[in-house]
Design a binder for this molecule. Sequence first.
Ligand code: ZN
Length: 359
Amino acid sequence: MTTPAPRPPKQEQLPASDQILEIAPGVLRTQLPISIPGLGHVNMYVLEDERGVAVVDPGLPDKNSYAMVKRRLQQVGVPLKNVHTVIVTHSHPDHFGGAYWLRADTGCDIVTHERFRVFWDPSEPDDIDLDDPLAVDGASARTPVRRPWDPTPWGGPSMNVPWRRRARMAVARRIPRMLHLPRPTVRLRDAQTFRFARREWVAVHTPGHTADHLCLFDPEHGLMLCGDHVLPTITPHISGLMRAHDPLKLFFDSLDKVAAFGPQVTKALPAHGDVFTDLGGRALEIKEHHVGRLQKLRDAAIAEGRPMTVMDMSTHLFSPRAQGGMADSETFAHLEHLRLAGEMDRLDRDGRYEYVLRD
Ligand SMILES: [Zn+2]
């Protein structure tokens, strides 16, 4: 009997490299270590200009990670005080973590998309309005923000959050500073331009992975800072828990949106993994991956011939090792997409959803 050879790690999973790469004039790639399942590092881009530097996605919120941010700046020969801007592509901790500390030390601007919202921070402006595709029925500024351990809408097990973290988050809801959450000083709208690194960048709002995901396009040099929206060899998590009817549709639209930049983009700068060239091709590949998953769900519904829960359906998309809350959440996003496309019906069995193909 032979054991299968272990799968080589994906480039996004490799440990942080000490190497500094020059991607384009004035644009350096450094890497910070992160400890998140499936990810080995986050790319912190450092972009130089006459005022100093802007940094993109400065790692996790802990002190060790921030020490590494400072080490990387030292390595590239930039005094800490020269950081004038932090750009945060979206509201996940491996991207916004160092922003609070950098602002505390340097007074730098924190630039995000206008919707940037760390979900447990009630002081963030509410972004829900009614003709907004990101809004859900009846949501208003007073709709409480869902906490990670709250029951799931589909009636599956809720996330297991240790009580210490719950307690910290409960306190942080009252005093957000306690968790060192960044407060954006510049909130960009879609298509707004913003100047740093000696060129104008165009904000490209790309909801899907999160509602506030921001890519930045540099038309002069053909660069696209693409955060987690388009990664070179893995696909970003699409959560069914987003406050939107159809997060997968939003993600598809955002993939089309960046693909439309097509040949104008010569280098895509992802938040994890290596710089790549064919942004349009990769966006299409990721879309096809999800289209394939939608088909797997239709096939599963036909094969089983009975209404199925999100957890049942999830076993058709994810390996046993990957099962759990995140897998269920992504399956839920796919099932809702099929339901809203008129292909499936959703039955509510005492708070537990079941899905069945529509006749
Ligand atoms: Zn992310």
